[in-house]
Design a protein around this ligand. Structure first.
Ligand SMILES: *[C@@H]1O[C@H](CO)[C@@H](O)[C@H](O)[C@H]1NC(C)=O
Ligand SMILES: *[C@@H]1O[C@H](CO)[C@@H](O)[C@H](O)[C@H]1NC(C)=O
Length: 331
């Protein structure tokens, strides 16, 4: 009886256990399937994301190298691979092809324009410098990009250039004072010093070369090819004469104007430098620094300043052979 009971009870018990085991197995199988499904979905999700990112980015891979609001405590150096065209040029000891981005708010100028407007002496210098540029550029100008070269006196006027020293003769004394020229030399030599220090060069062996100018870009479309500032170019090929180029921005990207970023067109991506007041960007002039300036779609009226994208552009030269030639010509 016990045996029978056992026998009887064993059968339903064992079948219950078997069922449990079967169910367990089925559940495990199902859950492992679910696991696979989740992994698969996740994988598809990840590959989808990667593909989406790839397609979105590969359309135009643009990376911000330096954003407007970034403030540096140290000069920031971005190295790029030396281009082969340097085989054609005379290299002098210590010359490195660099993209160099440096904010003068360390050491030379400091702070953010809006907070330090009258508080900081360097910002005051920038303000004066900006006003100097605006005064000169307001004498004439062109649609698109206007240029003022204080050295040669060249100023854009409609579709041509005039020499301000001849064209405006005596009036020019009311526009620029001796202090303005002093300020110009001061700012210029500060920039030159920062470049020399950063590259480990002797600033006395660096010569400012042509063309050195203030540039103002506005949103009116260009009428002549001179004013088409947005074309990609290599400085060495376009201008021929210089080795380093520097830009000091006197206005702020996104606040005073749109576009106008300097775009370095590297093979893998476009890398942008956003202008901000007081930022100095300098780089070697070979094909490693193929770049262009974005079109400026809008400028905003600012109460204190003329709306514009104002940048003094200061190319520097250093190789000894050309240095002597230029130094003689400049004298
Ligand atoms: C960089 O920008 C230019 C023009 O805006 C574009 O033609 C080019 O495809 C871009 N390069 C990359 C790698 O995205
Ligand atoms: C751009 O500058 C030119 C020349 O100074 C001027 O005639 C034009 O009105 C300006 N455009 C804007 C939108 O300020």
């Amino acid at each position: 009886m016990t045996a029978q009971r056992r026998g009887i009870s064993k059968n339903p018990e064992s079948s219950a256990i078997e069922n449990k085991i079967k169910r367990g197995n089925a559940q495990r199988q199902a859950s492992s399937w679910r696991g696979n499904v989740i992994t698969l979905l996740l994988l598809t999700g990840v590959t989808g994301l990667v593909r989406w990112m790839y397609f979105t980015w590969s359309d135009d891979l643009t990376h911000t190298l330096v954003s407007r609001s970034e403030i540096f405590t140290q000069p920031r150096v971005f190295t790029v691979e030396c281009s082969e065209d340097y085989m054609k040029y005379k290299l002098f000891p210590g010359m490195h092809p660099f993209i160099e981005v440096h904010s003068l708010n360390t050491g030379v100028f400091t702070g953010n324009y809006y907070y330090y407007l009258y508080m900081h002496k360097y910002m005051y210098i920038l303000l004066l410098f900006h006003r100097l540029a605006e005064r000169g550029l307001s004498l004439a100008g062109s649609d698109g990009a206007s240029i003022l070269d204080l050295h040669s006196g060249a100023l854009s006027m409609g579709k041509q250039f005039v020499n301000i020293y001849r064209y405006f003769k005596y009036e020019i004394r009311d526009v620029f004072t001796e202090e303005d020229f002093e300020l110009y030399r001061d700012v210029r030599s500060r920039i030159q010093k920062v470049i020399a220090e950063t590259f480990g060069l002797d600033s006395k062996q660096m010569y400012l070369t042509k063309p050195t100018f203030f540039s103002r870009i506005n949103s009116t479309s260009a009428k002549t090819t001179h004013d088409e500032y947005w074309h990609p170019h290599i400085d060495k090929e376009t201008y021929g004469s210089f080795d380093y180029m520097s830009l000091l921005y006197l206005s702020d990207y996104g606040l005073e104007f749109g576009g106008g970023r300097c775009v370095f067109m590297d093979p893998s991506s476009n890398r942008t430098v956003e202008p901000c007041t007081g930022r100095v960007s300098f780089f070697s002039s070979g094909s490693e620094n193929l770049h262009h300036v974005e079109k400026v779609p809008w400028v905003r009226d600012m109460p204190l300043r003329c709306p514009s994208h104002v940048t003094p552009i200061m190319p520097l030269i250093t190789p000894p052979s050309r240095r002597i030639h230029l130094a003689q010509r400049d004298r």
